[in-house]
Each structure stands twice: as C-alpha cells, then as structure tokens.
Design a binder for this molecule. Structure first.
Ligand code: FES
Length: 57
C-alpha cells in the first residue's frame, strides 16, 4: 500500500526502515526516505505506522 503517493513510499518500506534501520520517529524516517515534502498528507499515516511497528516489537 502506498503511504506517500507523491514519492512512491509504501508501508512496507516504512516498516523495514523501522525494523532494520532502527528508525524511531518521523524526522528520522524523512532523513532515510524521501516522503512528506510535497503535499504532506502522508505524514500522519507514516507516523502511525512507525508507532505501530515500535509497539509490536
Ligand atoms: Fe507524501 Fe504527498 S503523499 S508528500
């Protein structure tokens, strides 16, 4: 599923960034993947995915 349509970032890419790269918040994610810099509509969903993965770990 695409989270960021503007940059083509999927939920799978975000989950992998959290589990494999130790990304822990939206700022770190944006340093790792380009997302949220155009319309910004994906930021809340990306944040929720990060939080969900961290809670599940
Ligand atoms: Fe991510 Fe537009 S959907 S910046």
């Amino acid at each position: 599923m695409f989270v960021c349509m503007c940059y083509g970032v999927t939920d799978k890419m975000i989950k992998e960034a959290v589990t494999e790269q130790g990304i822990g918040n939206i700022r770190e994610l944006q340093q790792h993947l380009t997302l949220g810099e155009q319309c910004g509509k994906c930021i809340n969903m990306a944040r929720n995915i990060i939080d969900d993965v961290i809670v599940d770990e």
